[in-house]
Design a protein around this ligand. Structure first.
Ligand code: ADP
Ligand code: MG
Length: 400
C-alpha cells in the first residue's frame, strides 16, 4: 500500500488524517543461526517490507488499536496499560509503550492515541513481523512521549545509541508482553538496518558493523515454506540447555563462558571433554557456525560471493545434521535449491522447523529456481512455496 492509500484507510477508520506515519522493516538472517545465545555473531539485514504505524492524538485518554491485517480492535485506557490476554496482537505495541515509560521515567503519555497498523511481512514466516511492529511502535512513542523536544528522543544525542535503545525496548516487549524469550537480533536489525548493507552483530556485546552487500547480477531470494515456524519453546529451550551442558563439560578442561569463544582449532582439542553425544553435536554446530559467519563476512567484503554461498549451504547442512532444527519442509527447499544451476547457496533462516529459506541466485536463474524448487516442494510436502526477491532496506524511520 502507498502512503496516500494508508492515509485514506486511516481517515476511514478515524474520520481524520493521521498526524504522523512511521515504518519499520522485517529482517532476514543471511548466516549465523543459533549463535546469538552462545555469545556469537549473527548477520541479518533489514528488508524493504515491514510494518507501518499511523497515529494521531485523541482527547479521550484511550489508546485505540486497529490493524489493516486484523479484525480485532482494542481500546485501552492510558492509565491501565498491562498485558492483554488471548494472544491479543496489541500486546506487541502496548508492551513497548509500557517499557519506554519504565526505562525513561521522564517519558509520559500526555494524551490518548488513535493508532492504525499495517504490515506486509508474511506473518509467522520467521521474517519478524513482530519485531517490525514493536520497533515501529518504540520509534513513534519515544518521540511522542518525549517532553524535551530535542532532536532525538529520550535524551539521546547519538542516532546509533538511540536505535539500539529502540531494539532493547522492543525485545523486552516481546519477552514480557508476548511471552517469547527471544534474543535481540530481530529487533536490532529492524532498528539499525541500512540499505544494501547487512549487520554483523554480536548479540552479547551489541557491537556491530554495517557490511556492504554488493551482489552484481545476484539476488537474495527468500522462499516461504508456509509451514509456521514451530521452533516451539520446548525445542528452543532444549537447545539452550544442551549448549549449556557442553559449556559445563568443556569447562572441566578449559574454562569458557560461551561456546563462541572456541575456534575450530580449540574445538579439536576440547571436544573429547563433552561426554553427552547430543550436547557434542549441538556444540559442533555452534563452533562451526561462528567460524562460518566470520568467514562469510570476510568473503562478502572481498566480493567472493561464490564462497559466501558455499558457507550458507554448509550452514544448512550443520543445522540439519548437528543442530537438528530443519525438518522436511526446510530440507526439501534447500536441497532442491542446491540442484539448480545458478544457485550459489541456500539455507534455512530463523529458528527452524518452518518459516523460510534464504538463497543466493543469479538473475538469469531466478525463474528456473522458482519453477524447480516450487515443483519439488509441492511434490514432497503437498504445500505451495512462495518466493520473494529481497531488497535490503533501511531501518526504522518516520515517513511523515
Ligand atoms: P513473525 O515470525 O512474523 O515475527 P510472530 O509469531 O513472532 O511471527 O509474530 C506474529 C504476530 O505479530 C501476529 O500474530 C500478530 O499478533 C503480531 N503482528 C505482526 N504484524 C502485525 C500487524 N501488521 N498488525 C497486527 N498485528 C501484527
Ligand atoms: Mg516474531
Amino acid at each position: 500500500m502507498t502512503t496516500p492509500e494508508l492515509q485514506q484507510a486511516y481517515s476511514q477508520a478515524y474520520g481524520r488524517p493521521a498526524e504522523k506515519i512511521f515504518f519499520a522493516p522485517g529482517r532476514v538472517n543471511l548466516i549465523g543461526e543459533h549463535t546469538d545465545y552462545n555469545g556469537g555473531c549473527v548477520f541479518p539485514c533489514a528488508l524493504s517490507f515491514g510494518a507501518w504505524l499511523l497515529l494521531s492524538r485523541n482527547s479521550d485518554n484511550v489508546l485505540r488499536f486497529r490493524s489493516l491485517n486484523m479484525t480485532d480492535t482494542y481500546e485501552i485506557p492510558i492509565d491501565a496499560i498491562r498485558p492483554q490476554g488471548n494472544r491479543a496482537w496489541c500486546n506487541y505495541a502496548l508492551g513497548c509503550i509500557d517499557i519506554i515509560m519504565r526505562r525513561h521515567p521522564e517519558a509520559k503519555l500526555m494524551s490518548g492515541y488513535d493508532l492504525l497498523y499495517y504490515g506486509n511481512v508474511p506473518a509467522g514466516a520467521g521474517l519478524s513481523s513482530s519485531a517490525a511492529m514493536e520497533v515501529v511502535t518504540a520509534r513513534a512513542f519515544t518521540e511522542e512521549m518525549d517532553r524535551k523536544g530535542a532532536e532525538l528522543p529520550c535524551g539521546y544525542t547519538d542516532d546509533k545509541a538511540y536505535r539500539t535503545e529502540l531494539a532493547k525496548i522492543s525485545q523486552l516487549c516481546e519477552r514480557e508482553y508476548a511471552g517469547v524469550m527471544c534474543g535481540i537480533m530481530d529487533q536490532f536489525a529492524s532498528a539499525q538496518g541500512k540499505k544494501d548493507h547487512a549487520i554483523y552483530l554480536n548479540c552479547d556485546t551489541l557491537e556491530f558493523e554495517h557490511v556492504p552487500v554488493k551482489l552484481d547480477g545476484i539476488k537474495v531470494v527468500i522462499t516461504n515454506t508456509h509451514s509456521p515456524h514451530h521452533l516451539d519453546s520446548g525445542a528452543y529451550n532444549d537447545r539452550v540447555r544442551q549448549c549449556q551442558t557442553a559449556v559445563e563439560q568443556i569447562s572441566k578442561v578449559r574454562p569458557i563462558k560461551h561456546l563462541a569463544e572456541l575456534s575450530e582449532d580449540d574445538w579439536a582439542q576440547v571436544e573429547s571433554a563433552i561426554t553427552d553425544p547430543i550436547a557434542k553435536k549441538r556444540a559442533r554446530h555452534v563452533v562451526g557456525e561462528v567460524a562460518r559467519t566470520a568467514a562469510a563476512v570476510e568473503a562478502l567484503k572481498k566480493g567472493e560471493i561464490a564462497y559466501f554461498g558455499e558457507l550458507m549451504t554448509a550452514s544448512h547442512v550443520s543445522l540439519r545434521d548437528d543442530y537438528e532444527v530443519t525438518g522436511l519442509q526446510l530440507d526439501t527447499l534447500a536441497e532442491a535449491a542446491w540442484q539448480v544451476d545458478g544457485v550459489l547457496g541456500s539455507r534455512m533462516t530463523g529458528g527452524g522447523f518452518g518459516g523460510c529459506t534464504v538463497s543466493l541466485v543469479k538473475d538469469e536463474a531466478i525463474e528456473r529456481f522458482k519453477a524447480f524448487v516450487g515443483k519439488e516442494y509441492e511434490e514432497k510436502t503437498g504445500l505451495k512455496a512462495d518466493f520473494y526477491v529481497a531488497e535490503i532496506g533501511d531501518g526504522v524511520m518516520r515517513l511523515h
